[in-house]
Design a protein around this ligand. Structure first.
Ligand code: ADP
Length: 203
């Protein structure tokens, strides 16, 4: 991926406010490429990864409507690291392909700035060279926990487990070119900060 378009990699831990920031950037005219949504789509009913998943893991990993059986796959991938790698080797190239396609479409449409929403940007490593700048949305863990408990209705332990499985704040911050500290700050103040940033992105 190259060219005159500014490519921003947006990341942040669960509950950091990443989706909220992404929405404001889109409202300012950025094009959003959502890696998480793409990754769900390739394993959803009729998705490009499903046939290969059935071939490699067996038909029992596909639901009657033709989607990957998420719960079965989660259980397998949780206990079997090699299965997890095999699944990733099916899914990642398809996600890359679709990401590049959407990026090309944005370039073709004359977009000034493409925001790649990549939850695991820091964890996966391979994204760094594909973006111009990494924007990290950061907040305290206690804030992450209370936001996700409220948003998803999850118990505290469930949120803590997800946080424990993600990159640490320090790892994320060390990968950041830009950081939005989204803590103890009302939503309209966040919105204003994001709009200032958008102006710097040429939006
Ligand atoms: P992420 O995409 O990082 O998981 P979201 O953008 O969905 O996080 O934010 C998590 C929840 O916290 C949402 O319900 C959102 O509205 C809320 N939230 C985010 N930032 C703030 C803030 N500065 N003040 C109040 N609520 C916030």
């Amino acid at each position: 991926m190259g060219g005159a378009v500014l490519r921003i990699g947006l990341t942040g831990g669960i509950g950091s406010g990443k989706s909220t920031v992404a929405r404001t950037l889109v409202a300012c005219g950025a094009t959003l490429v959502d890696a998480d949504a793409i990754s769900r789509a390739v394993t959803a009913a009729g998705g490009a990864a499903v046939k290969e998943i059935a071939a490699q893991f067996g038909g029992q990993f596909v639901t009657p409507d033709g989607a990957m059986d998420r719960e079965m796959m989660r259980q397998l991938a949780f206990t079997d690291a090699s299965a997890r790698r095999r699944l990733e080797s099916i899914v990642h190239p398809l996600v890359s392909q679709e990401t590049i396609r959407q990026y090309g479409q944005a370039v073709g449409a004359g977009s000034a700035c493409v925001v790649f929403d990549i939850p695991l940007l820091v964890e996966s490593g391979r994204w760094r060279q594909q973006v111009d700048q990494v924007l990290v949305v950061d907040c305290n863990e206690a804030t992450q926990v209370s936001r996700v408990m409220a948003r998803n209705g999850w118990p505290r332990e469930a949120v803590e487990k997800v946080i424990a499985g993600q990159a640490s704040r320090a790892q994320r911050l060390s990968a950041a070119d830009l950081c939005l500290y989204n803590d103890g700050l009302p939503l309209d103040a966040l919105d204003l900060q994001v709009r200032r940033l958008a102006a710097r992105f040429g939006l």
